[in-house]
Ligand binder design. Structure first.
Ligand code: HEC
Length: 186
């Protein structure tokens, strides 16, 4: 009897232990990962952007008016930090510290057994948009990480922010092209 009671107590105590991933309450979800920079102003590549919210994909979206020579164009993937996603759902705006990652893949085809259609082959680019009003006059800045293997990203020129300011639906972010964000605000 005593043993049973003790066992029960130990079980109850274990159930109350914090930090058991599978039993986390929504309150314990990870906070926004703050952007980190090197001394020379490069952005440190966030290590887990593939665990962020996948907000949309596109094929062949291009900013150039002429038809692309390669035919299909490339695949784009866009991820948003989970805490920023939740803030956007709740308020309709992106909090300071928001980061979005854009990955670009070359299309592959005719690789057995997939003889029709296209798949995502080699990654050719990783770019990150950062909202950091304490650091950038226009709040947002854009960083390129080459094919995504670089540990730090170089800040891109003013052309990026100009197009995003002018054409993106909500606060420099192209929410009009991301189904998950379109639906979040309906
Ligand atoms: C002429 C317009 C234009 C220019 C210039 C431009 N972008 Fe974008 N960008 C877009 C569009 C349209 C999207 C929508 C998603 C896509 O392309 O798949 C986008 C999406 C993005 C995203 C995903 C998050 C978001 O803001 O929606 C990142 C990151 C990004 N661009 C980085 C850059 C970088 C870095 C540069 C400069 C080297 C740049 N962009 C220049 C039009 C532009």
């Amino acid at each position: 009897m005593t043993r049973l009671l003790l066992g029960g107590l130990v079980f109850a105590a274990m159930a109350m232990l914090p930090g058991r991933a599978l039993h986390r309450t929504p309150d314990a979800e990870p906070p926004l990962t703050e952007p980190a920079y090197t001394q020379t102003g490069e952005l440190t590549r966030p290590v887990r952007h593939r665990e962020w919210i996948f907000v949309g994909a596109s094929l062949g979206l291009s900013y150039a008016p002429e038809q692309q020579a390669s035919g299909h164009g490339q695949f784009h993937h866009v991820y948003l930090q989970p805490a920023a996603y939740r803030a956007f759902v709740a308020t309709g705006s992106f909090p300071p510290g928001t980061m979005l990652a854009l990955e670009i893949y070359e299309p592959g085809e005719k690789t057995p057994p997939a003889l029709q259609g296209l798949f995502e082959d080699r990654r050719v680019a990783l770019e990150i948009a950062v909202k950091d009003p304490s650091r950038f006059p226009e709040a947002w800045a854009y960083f390129g990480f080459g094919d995504g293997s670089r540990a730090t990203g170089t800040k891109a020129g003013p052309g990026c922010v100009a197009c995003h300011r002018k054409h993106a639906a909500i606060d420099h972010v192209f929410t009009q092209f991301y189904p998950v964000l379109r639906e979040a605000r309906r």
